[in-house]
Write a protein that binds this ligand. Structure first.
Ligand SMILES: Cc1cc2nc3c(=O)[nH]c(=O)nc-3n(C[C@H](O)[C@H](O)[C@H](O)COP(=O)(O)OP(=O)(O)OC[C@H]3O[C@@H](n4cnc5c(N)ncnc54)[C@H](O)[C@@H]3O)c2cc1C
Ligand SMILES: *[C@@H]1O[C@H](CO)[C@@H](O)[C@H](O)[C@H]1NC(C)=O
Ligand SMILES: *[C@@H]1O[C@H](CO)[C@@H](O)[C@H](O)[C@H]1NC(C)=O
Ligand SMILES: *[C@@H]1O[C@H](CO)[C@@H](O)[C@H](O)[C@H]1NC(C)=O
Length: 400
């Protein structure tokens, strides 16, 4: 059965980027429809680090102040290297705003600020094509319905079905050799971390710990992938067991944290990235289609910027569209205006996402590197290119 429906702006994917884009457009009085394939909004991965640039973007969306109430500010931290003989501890300060949000809090704050009916769940887009007659975009949905849209924004993550339409191939996401487990541990009587971010490293295993509230701690553990990972990754008890095994030599309180984690938030994730140079070579737009978020620039989590960069995308995209549409009569959508808006969006975002991707790529490759020579080359590149390791937090995506 086929039924046709007409919509002006469709956002494919209701993750962080899709919701942020819908909300940014809403703040500019532009209506959109978000299509999400899952039956409810997903917040996989427990928590998300948001740094100063991300908070500036969340403030533009109007959800910064409510979200600040849900997560304590991180003031500093320490980097601990665990060795057989002795451990080394290097303290560091965090000079900019840095908090760790529960992903559900972030998703809910955005979803609750959207008008009723903006998000449609259980709605998977299979393909998009240009209607040769009407010049609309035809979206084929998994239930057989066809939806016509003037504008399509692909926020559909690493399994994107839109990227290939704008000249970026889906097969271009490459794997890192490192994988990440993430989880929450609750301390009913309060934890001992204060407002400190602690990184512990032993060999190829890294454990990061960040307090979310006085009682809740978010942690992530990176280690090399193993052949067992695909078998254990759908069983949280097995994930935990595997983490405990890779943590030999870590202090007891760290082992206890993993042992006592909340299993329903525990995830083991493969890491994929789009090669940074793909971003330089692509315009990531075609006619009235463009993409944003991980679909465009999945990076791996090594500088904790993927989510914030996605929210920045949303602000810039909405600003560019609004500038063009508000100059037209009664906010009408004209193809030419949208194309110009997307051109401006791509121009503003290109180098920002390139440098974020490159920075994260180098850190990921440094973890992956097997040889001493490769590691040294990467470290040298990082010293030259990213002398200021926090450069990415100083970016301001501007007002909406
Ligand atoms: C281990 C790890 C740790 C991270 N830590 C951080 C961090 O601390 N800070 C940070 O800023 N970022 C972090 N990130 C990155 C961040 O999670 C991502 O950048 C962000 O979630 C991207 O959001 P998105 O909306 O673009 O994509 P996604 O979150 O992947 O959302 C895509 C959505 O689209 C839906 N969808 C897909 N295909 C279709 C379709 N065909 N039709 C309809 N719907 C569809 C999916 O169901 C999904 O809901 C981390 C990532 C990883 C892997
Ligand atoms: C298919 O899904 C769309 C979007 O969720 C919905 O509007 C439409 O009614 C569904 N069609 C059928 C035939 O179920
Ligand atoms: C996990 O995946 C395996 C196959 O990979 C399957 O047999 C098993 O039922 C799954 N378990 C759960 C809990 O989903
Ligand atoms: C996970 O694996 C353990 C150990 O093999 C098994 O006892 C348990 O039933 C599995 N859990 C699920 C949900 O499949």
């Amino acid at each position: 059965m086929e039924r046709n429906e007409d919509v002006e702006i469709v956002i494919v994917g209701g993750g962080i980027c899709g919701l942020a884009t819908a909300l940014a457009l809403h703040r500019k009085s532009i209506k959109s429809l978000v299509l999400e394939r899952s039956d409810k909004l997903r917040a996989t991965g427990a928590a998300i680090i948001v740094q100063a640039n991300g908070w500036r973007a969340l403030d533009q969306l109007g959800v910064g102040s409510i979200l600040r109430q849900t997560a304590i500010p991180i003031k500093g931290g320490k980097f601990i290297t665990l060795n057989e003989a002795e451990s080394k501890e290097i303290p560091f300060g965090v000079p900019h705003e840095f908090r760790c949000l529960k992903r559900t809090d972030l998703m809910e704050a955005m979803a609750n600020s959207l008008p009723e009916g903006t998000i449609r769940t259980s709605c998977q887009v299979l393909s998009v094509e240009l209607d040769p007659v009407t010049h609309d975009q035809k979206l084929l949905l998994s239930n057989g319905t066809i939806l016509h849209a003037n504008v399509v924004i692909g926020c559909d993550g690493v399994n994107t079905c839109i990227a290939n339409m704008v000249g970026l191939q889906r097969s271009n996401f490459l794997p890192f050799l490192t994988c990440v487990a993430r989880g929450f541990t609750n301390y009913p009587n309060g934890h001992q971390f204060g407002s400190e971010f602690v990184m512990m490293v032993r060999g190829h295993v890294q454990l990061g710990t960040i307090p979310v509230t006085e009682k809740l701690v978010y942690w992530f553990l990176t280690r090399p992938k193993t052949s067992q990972d695909s078998i254990i990754s759908n069983n949280t008890s097995l994930i935990r067991q595997s983490l405990m095994e890779s943590m030999k030599g870590f202090p007891t309180h760290a082992m206890d944290m993993i042992q006592n984690c909340m299993l329903n938030f525990l995830h083991l994730t493969d890491l994929k990235y789009r090669p940074p140079w793909d971003l330089i070579l692509s315009h990531f737009r075609k006619g009235t289609i463009t993409i944003a978020g991980d679909a465009l620039h999945a990076t791996g989590p090594f500088i904790a910027q993927g989510g914030s960069a996605s929210i920045e995308d949303a602000i810039v995209l909405a600003r560019c569209l609004a500038q063009k549409m508000h100059s037209a009569k009664n906010n009408a959508i004209r193809k030419r205006d949208v194309e110009e808006a997307f051109h401006q969006y791509a121009k503003e975002r290109k180098m920002r996402i390139f440098w974020i991707s490159l920075h994260s790529f180098l850190i990921g490759k440094k973890l992956d590197a097997q040889s001493f020579i490769m590691k040294s080359i990467i470290i040298a590149l990082m010293v030259i290119l990213f002398r200021d390791p926090d450069w990415h937090t100083r970016y301001d995506c501007g007002t909406l």
